[in-house]
Design a protein around this ligand. Structure first.
Ligand code: ATP
Ligand code: MG
Length: 505
């Protein structure tokens, strides 16, 4: 029993152990499988985690890059705004000093730069460039002078001028330009910078450099472009200022020359007036002197032809009558000359009073009627009833009509027409027209016929006698009345002589 029990127990234990071991084995196998699965999952997780980590890193990197780009964009936009304001500021002045003065330190800072320098070039005789300091922001006087001196000395400028494009420490190319950029960086004590040549249409005019000393504020991509645009604007503004200065200077020169010429003309005019006065005085004196002997020649000729001193043979009488006739002509000429010089020198006092023109014209027409009739001319007079009175010296205006009507008679063939008419015109004036259907006056002679001694030289009128003084006397008289006189004419159709006289109020 005990044996049974022991065996049983042992068997039981064995079986149980076996089962247990089996179970454990199975469990172990199961666990191992599970562990394998878990490990696989873990590996997967780890990979995913790694991937996630990579992605997270990428996101952070992208975010950083985005932030940087955003920052750069903000800087660019701010720079463009500043550029726009600056452009407006420099384009509203036409003074070169002012153009540079308007690029002030706060604006440079708004661009995102700590320091700026600008120079203009001055070519010296040996071909080298001398610099004029125009902008100096963030530098002391001595620093700027030192930089200027060094830039003048070294060959940097010629390389940059040759390159003829904006440059910067960011995009320093290779070769000489890179060296030049490095030199500028060192000379100007800058960590990063952008610069550009300022050009006008005449070529390189100056240089602008903007940059940062500290390594914290670095240059961004667009900075070079912005400095380039600014240099362009400066070039444009300088060109405008130069153009303005040129125009202003030539305007001043023109004004100076006009003043000079005006003075010359005034001097010449007063000289001419002097000469004219002397001429009038001379003509007046000579005419006066000639009149006396002429009067006696005429007197003696009259006595001789009258026969009071005894009968004279007809042939002699004929000659003496010619002497008498020519003496009369000479007297007319002298009288006209005398009148012209008197009126010209203001020696004739006009008795200006209101006059009825019809009365004056009728008187003159009566006087000239024999000649009108002799040539069988039609004479018409058209003066409106309510024309009003003219302000005139009756005696002088009578001479005007005598001369104009005499001319109309002289220069119109037989059976022609002569007319006189008057109308009121604006500004309280009367216009009087003396017209004829005569030979007419060539266009080129129309404004010369009022000159002293001028006579139209044409085949038809060549045989008609005259001195060429009548119209100049008429012109003097009319102008002394503050009126005007002119002529219109058509060859072989006739002429109209028009003049104006003020109306009596
Ligand atoms: P005078 O001194 O004797 O009057 P004139 O008649 O030649 O001489 P003006 O009266 O000054 O001198 O005229 C100048 C010229 O103008 C004349 O010689 C004539 O050629 C031209 N002329 C003047 N009036 C007329 C007219 N009505 N028709 C055509 N030609 C005229
Ligand atoms: Mg005449």
């Amino acid at each position: 029993m005990e044996m049974f029990n022991t065996d049983f127990i042992l068997n039981f234990i064995g079986t149980t152990s076996f089962i247990t071991v089996l179970c454990l084995w199975i469990a172990l196998i199961f666990k191992i499988d599970q562990i394998k699965k878990l490990k696989f999952t873990l590996d997967k997780l780890k990979r995913s985690f790694d991937e996630l980590d990579e992605q997270a890193k990428l996101i952070v990197k992208t975010d950083l890059e985005l932030n940087k780009t955003q920052e750069e964009l903000d800087k660019k936009v701010a720079g463009l705004y500043t550029l726009q304001r600056l452009s407006r500021a420099i384009s509203t002045t036409l003074d070169e000093e002012q153009i540079f003065a308007r690029i002030e330190e706060p604006l440079i800072r708004e661009f995102g730069f700590e320091k700026a320098l600008a120079f203009t070039f001055k070519k010296v005789r040996d071909g080298s460039l001398e610099l004029n300091l125009r902008i100096q922001a963030g530098y002391s006087e001595e620093e700027a002078e030192k930089i200027k001196h060094n830039l003048e000395k070294e060959s940097i400028l010629s390389i940059i001028i040759k390159n003829n494009a904006p440059f910067s420490s960011l995009n320093a190319a290779s070769g000489k330009l890179k060296q030049a950029t490095e030199s500028i960086k060192n000379l100007c004590l800058l960590n990063s910078f952008a610069g550009s040549i300022i050009s006008t249409k005449d070529g390189p005019y100056g240089l602008i450099i903007m940059g940062n000393e500290s390594s914290l504020s670095v240059l961004i991509e667009g900075d070079e472009e912005i400095v380039g645009i600014l240099a362009n604007q400066l070039g444009q503004a300088i060109e405008n200022a130069k153009l303005f200065e040129e125009t202003f200077r030539s305007h001043q020169e023109l004004e100076r020359r006009v003043t000079e010429r005006t003075k010359e003309l005034t001097d010449a005019l007063s000289e001419i007036k002097q000469i004219s006065k002397r001429k009038s005085e001379f003509v007046s004196a000579v005419s006066h002197e000639l009149r006396t002997p002429l009067t006696s020649i005429k007197g003696y000729a009259s006595i001789l032809t009258a026969g009071t001193l005894g009968e004279i043979p007809p042939a002699v009488k004929e000659r003496i009558e010619k002497i008498h006739h020519h003496s009369n002509e000479l007297t007319d000429l002298i009288n006209n000359l005398l009148d012209i010089s008197r009126i010209e020198s203001g020696k004739v006092e006009m008795k200006i009073e209101p006059h009825n023109l019809s009365l004056i014209i009728e008187k003159v027409a009566d006087l000239l009627m024999p000649q009108i009739k002799e040539k069988q001319l039609q004479f018409s007079l058209k003066i409106p009833a309510g024309l009003g009175l003219a302000l005139a010296d009756a005696h002088q205006i009578e001479r005007v009509f005598i001369n104009l009507i005499s001319n109309a008679i002289k220069y119109t063939p037989n059976q022609g027409k002569i007319g006189i008419s008057a109308v009121k015109i604006p500004d309280n004036y009367l216009r009087i027209d003396v017209s004829d259907s005569g030979y007419g006056i060539p266009l080129e002679d129309l404004n010369k016929i009022f000159n002293e001694f001028y006579r139209v030289d044409s085949m038809i009128t060549r045989g008609i006698k005259g001195t060429g003084l009548g119209l100049s006397l008429v012109k003097y008289i009319i102008e002394a009345h503050k009126g005007k006189i002119w002529a219109t004419s058509k060859l072989n159709e006739g002429s109209i002589f028009s003049f104006t006289l003020p109306v009596a109020k």
